[in-house]
Design a protein around this ligand. Structure first.
Ligand SMILES: [Zn+2]
Length: 126
């Protein structure tokens, strides 16, 4: 599944097509760079289309070593709209962010559900 990723504040020295393919290649196979990234007309971030598998981790940052052998940490932003959740099969979020992950031991809450405890008190569960 192709996903657009953004690499914010990427240093200009890594913005060549070859460097970007290596960096974004950590995430997945690079399909293409967007026009502004290819022409280096956008400074805030680079945008790359990568092929990811549905079960791949959506790494929030990646690490690579540059030509000076320094370790560089690069933030990765995913275009959430193109992400499909494997838990509920909805688009727009990954399974880590899925609401079904939260409180999976609890029963789904229902509004205005009335029940009596053993002392006869009525409680409203909201
Ligand atoms: Zn979900």
């Amino acid at each position: 599944m192709p996903i657009w990723i953004q690499l914010p504040k990427l240093k200009v020295e890594y913005k060549s097509e070859g460097s970007l393919k290596k960096i974004a290649g950590i995430i997945g196979n690079v399909i293409k760079l967007d026009k502004a990234t290819r022409q280096k007309t956008r400074l805030r971030f680079a945008r790359v289309l990568v092929e990811m598998k549905i079960n791949d981790d959506f790494l929030e940052e990646i690490h690579f070593t540059n030509v000076k052998d320094e370790l560089v940490t690069q933030q990765v932003v995913y275009k959430r709209k193109s992400i499909m959740c494997t838990k509920c099969n909805k688009m727009g979020h990954s399974e880590q962010k899925c609401k079904w992950n939260k409180g999976k031991d609890k029963a789904p809450k229902k509004d205005n559900r009335l029940w009596k405890d053993k002392d006869g008190f009525q409680l409203v569960v909201r």
